[in-house]
Design a protein around this ligand. Structure first.
Ligand SMILES: Cc1cc2nc3c(=O)[nH]c(=O)nc-3n(C[C@H](O)[C@H](O)[C@H](O)COP(=O)(O)O)c2cc1C
Length: 186
Protein backbone atom coordinates (compact mmCIF):
# COMPACT_ATOMS: atom_id res chain seq x y z
CA UNK A 1 0.00 0.00 0.00
CA UNK A 2 1.49 3.41 -0.89
CA UNK A 3 1.97 6.28 1.58
CA UNK A 4 -0.99 8.30 0.26
CA UNK A 5 -3.45 5.47 0.76
CA UNK A 6 -1.93 4.71 4.17
CA UNK A 7 -2.52 8.35 5.16
CA UNK A 8 -6.11 8.24 3.91
CA UNK A 9 -6.82 5.07 5.85
CA UNK A 10 -5.12 6.21 9.04
CA UNK A 11 -6.72 9.68 9.33
CA UNK A 12 -9.24 9.83 12.16
CA UNK A 13 -11.33 12.66 13.59
CA UNK A 14 -9.33 13.79 16.61
CA UNK A 15 -11.14 15.09 19.68
CA UNK A 16 -8.27 15.80 22.11
CA UNK A 17 -5.40 18.17 21.34
CA UNK A 18 -2.16 19.38 22.89
CA UNK A 19 -2.01 23.11 23.58
CA UNK A 20 1.30 23.51 21.73
CA UNK A 21 0.69 25.41 18.47
CA UNK A 22 1.48 23.71 15.16
CA UNK A 23 4.51 25.11 13.32
CA UNK A 24 4.00 27.85 10.73
CA UNK A 25 5.54 25.72 7.99
CA UNK A 26 3.12 22.90 8.85
CA UNK A 27 0.20 25.34 8.64
CA UNK A 28 1.46 26.56 5.26
CA UNK A 29 1.70 22.99 3.95
CA UNK A 30 -1.87 22.31 5.13
CA UNK A 31 -3.16 25.47 3.44
CA UNK A 32 -1.28 24.64 0.25
CA UNK A 33 -2.94 21.21 0.19
CA UNK A 34 -6.31 22.98 0.53
CA UNK A 35 -5.54 25.30 -2.38
CA UNK A 36 -4.70 22.35 -4.61
CA UNK A 37 -8.09 20.68 -4.21
CA UNK A 38 -10.14 20.35 -7.37
CA UNK A 39 -12.86 22.96 -7.85
CA UNK A 40 -15.75 23.40 -10.25
CA UNK A 41 -14.45 25.06 -13.42
CA UNK A 42 -11.25 25.78 -11.47
CA UNK A 43 -13.05 28.64 -9.73
CA UNK A 44 -11.13 27.98 -6.48
CA UNK A 45 -14.17 29.48 -4.79
CA UNK A 46 -12.72 29.26 -1.28
CA UNK A 47 -11.43 31.71 1.30
CA UNK A 48 -9.50 30.38 4.30
CA UNK A 49 -9.68 32.03 7.73
CA UNK A 50 -7.05 30.62 10.08
CA UNK A 51 -7.80 31.41 13.72
CA UNK A 52 -4.98 30.92 16.21
CA UNK A 53 -5.77 33.96 18.38
CA UNK A 54 -6.99 32.74 21.79
CA UNK A 55 -9.54 35.51 22.27
CA UNK A 56 -11.12 34.87 18.87
CA UNK A 57 -11.12 31.13 19.47
CA UNK A 58 -12.94 31.82 22.74
CA UNK A 59 -15.51 34.04 20.97
CA UNK A 60 -16.16 31.38 18.32
CA UNK A 61 -16.57 28.75 21.03
CA UNK A 62 -19.00 30.89 23.02
CA UNK A 63 -20.98 31.60 19.83
CA UNK A 64 -21.26 27.85 19.27
CA UNK A 65 -22.41 27.46 22.86
CA UNK A 66 -25.31 29.84 22.06
CA UNK A 67 -26.19 27.75 18.99
CA UNK A 68 -26.13 24.56 21.09
CA UNK A 69 -28.29 26.16 23.81
CA UNK A 70 -30.90 27.07 21.18
CA UNK A 71 -30.85 23.60 19.64
CA UNK A 72 -33.91 21.32 19.85
CA UNK A 73 -31.59 18.40 20.48
CA UNK A 74 -31.16 17.64 24.20
CA UNK A 75 -27.62 16.29 23.64
CA UNK A 76 -26.45 19.64 22.30
CA UNK A 77 -28.24 21.53 25.09
CA UNK A 78 -26.45 19.34 27.66
CA UNK A 79 -23.07 19.90 26.02
CA UNK A 80 -23.62 23.68 26.15
CA UNK A 81 -24.01 23.52 29.95
CA UNK A 82 -20.53 22.07 30.43
CA UNK A 83 -18.24 24.78 31.79
CA UNK A 84 -15.34 23.18 29.90
CA UNK A 85 -17.32 23.18 26.65
CA UNK A 86 -15.03 23.45 23.64
CA UNK A 87 -16.71 22.87 20.29
CA UNK A 88 -13.26 22.29 18.74
CA UNK A 89 -11.89 20.21 21.59
CA UNK A 90 -9.41 22.94 22.62
CA UNK A 91 -7.53 22.66 19.33
CA UNK A 92 -5.06 25.57 18.97
CA UNK A 93 -5.77 26.13 15.26
CA UNK A 94 -9.16 26.49 13.70
CA UNK A 95 -9.75 26.97 9.97
CA UNK A 96 -13.01 28.27 8.55
CA UNK A 97 -13.52 27.86 4.80
CA UNK A 98 -15.93 30.29 3.19
CA UNK A 99 -17.32 29.91 -0.30
CA UNK A 100 -17.86 32.52 -2.98
CA UNK A 101 -21.63 32.96 -3.20
CA UNK A 102 -21.39 33.53 -6.97
CA UNK A 103 -19.44 30.32 -7.69
CA UNK A 104 -20.94 27.22 -9.30
CA UNK A 105 -20.35 24.72 -6.51
CA UNK A 106 -18.78 26.44 -3.49
CA UNK A 107 -19.97 23.82 -0.98
CA UNK A 108 -18.26 21.07 -2.95
CA UNK A 109 -15.12 23.11 -3.58
CA UNK A 110 -14.74 24.08 0.08
CA UNK A 111 -15.44 20.56 1.37
CA UNK A 112 -12.79 19.13 -0.94
CA UNK A 113 -10.31 21.77 0.24
CA UNK A 114 -10.97 20.86 3.87
CA UNK A 115 -10.63 17.15 3.06
CA UNK A 116 -7.24 17.82 1.46
CA UNK A 117 -6.21 19.77 4.55
CA UNK A 118 -7.19 16.89 6.86
CA UNK A 119 -5.09 14.46 4.83
CA UNK A 120 -2.11 16.83 4.67
CA UNK A 121 -2.38 17.29 8.44
CA UNK A 122 -2.43 13.54 9.03
CA UNK A 123 0.66 13.11 6.83
CA UNK A 124 2.44 15.61 9.10
CA UNK A 125 1.33 13.88 12.31
CA UNK A 126 -1.26 16.59 13.02
CA UNK A 127 -4.80 15.76 14.13
CA UNK A 128 -7.93 17.33 12.71
CA UNK A 129 -11.70 17.24 12.98
CA UNK A 130 -14.57 18.75 11.02
CA UNK A 131 -16.56 21.09 13.28
CA UNK A 132 -20.06 21.65 11.97
CA UNK A 133 -21.69 23.98 14.51
CA UNK A 134 -19.66 26.93 13.30
CA UNK A 135 -21.80 27.09 10.16
CA UNK A 136 -24.74 28.24 12.26
CA UNK A 137 -23.11 31.02 14.31
CA UNK A 138 -23.27 33.49 11.46
CA UNK A 139 -27.08 33.21 11.28
CA UNK A 140 -27.77 33.77 14.98
CA UNK A 141 -28.51 37.42 15.86
CA UNK A 142 -26.28 37.51 18.98
CA UNK A 143 -23.22 36.22 17.18
CA UNK A 144 -23.44 37.16 13.52
CA UNK A 145 -21.07 40.16 13.96
CA UNK A 146 -18.29 37.57 14.20
CA UNK A 147 -18.27 37.26 10.43
CA UNK A 148 -16.82 40.74 9.91
CA UNK A 149 -14.65 40.51 13.04
CA UNK A 150 -13.04 37.41 11.51
CA UNK A 151 -12.46 39.28 8.25
CA UNK A 152 -14.58 36.93 6.16
CA UNK A 153 -14.95 38.83 2.87
CA UNK A 154 -18.27 40.20 1.62
CA UNK A 155 -19.89 37.78 -0.81
CA UNK A 156 -18.45 34.72 0.93
CA UNK A 157 -20.40 32.36 3.21
CA UNK A 158 -18.68 30.18 5.82
CA UNK A 159 -19.36 26.61 4.67
CA UNK A 160 -17.08 24.31 6.61
CA UNK A 161 -14.47 24.38 9.30
CA UNK A 162 -11.92 22.19 10.97
CA UNK A 163 -9.88 21.93 14.16
CA UNK A 164 -6.14 21.26 13.83
CA UNK A 165 -3.44 20.49 16.37
CA UNK A 166 -1.05 17.90 17.68
CA UNK A 167 -2.91 14.85 18.95
CA UNK A 168 -3.08 14.52 22.74
CA UNK A 169 -3.36 10.74 22.43
CA UNK A 170 -3.09 7.98 19.86
CA UNK A 171 -5.67 8.16 17.06
CA UNK A 172 -8.84 6.23 17.91
CA UNK A 173 -9.58 3.03 16.03
CA UNK A 174 -11.63 3.59 12.88
CA UNK A 175 -15.40 3.27 13.10
CA UNK A 176 -16.55 0.24 11.11
CA UNK A 177 -17.25 1.16 7.50
CA UNK A 178 -20.58 0.25 5.89
CA UNK A 179 -20.66 -2.79 3.67
CA UNK A 180 -22.78 -3.20 0.57
CA UNK A 181 -22.43 0.38 -0.61
CA UNK A 182 -20.50 -0.37 -3.81
CA UNK A 183 -21.93 -1.37 -7.14
CA UNK A 184 -19.31 -2.05 -9.80
CA UNK A 185 -20.76 -2.34 -13.27
CA UNK A 186 -18.39 -3.78 -15.86
C1 LIG B 1 -20.07 17.16 7.36
C2 LIG B 1 -19.39 16.65 8.61
C3 LIG B 1 -19.69 17.21 9.84
C4 LIG B 1 -19.03 16.78 10.99
N1 LIG B 1 -19.25 17.45 12.17
C5 LIG B 1 -18.56 17.09 13.26
C6 LIG B 1 -18.67 17.86 14.45
O1 LIG B 1 -19.34 18.89 14.51
N2 LIG B 1 -17.98 17.45 15.54
C7 LIG B 1 -17.20 16.32 15.52
O2 LIG B 1 -16.61 15.99 16.55
N3 LIG B 1 -17.05 15.60 14.39
C8 LIG B 1 -17.68 15.96 13.27
N4 LIG B 1 -17.51 15.26 12.10
C9 LIG B 1 -16.60 14.10 12.07
C10 LIG B 1 -17.37 12.78 11.97
O3 LIG B 1 -18.04 12.50 13.17
C11 LIG B 1 -16.37 11.67 11.60
O4 LIG B 1 -15.78 11.95 10.36
C12 LIG B 1 -17.03 10.27 11.54
O5 LIG B 1 -17.51 9.90 12.80
C13 LIG B 1 -16.05 9.21 11.03
O6 LIG B 1 -14.90 9.16 11.86
P1 LIG B 1 -13.44 9.40 11.26
O7 LIG B 1 -13.38 10.81 10.69
O8 LIG B 1 -12.50 9.23 12.42
O9 LIG B 1 -13.19 8.39 10.20
C14 LIG B 1 -18.11 15.68 10.93
C15 LIG B 1 -17.82 15.12 9.69
C16 LIG B 1 -18.41 15.61 8.54
C17 LIG B 1 -18.01 15.02 7.21
Amino acid sequence: MNETIKTILSRRSIRAYKQEQIKDEELQAILEAGKFAPSAMNQQSWHFTVVQNKELLHRINEACRVVFEKSDDERFKERAKDENFSVFYNAPTFIIISGDEKAIAPKNDCSLALGNMFLAAESLGIGSCWIHAVNYIFNVEETKSLKSDLGIPEGYTPLCSGAFGYKAAESPLPAPRKEGIVNILK
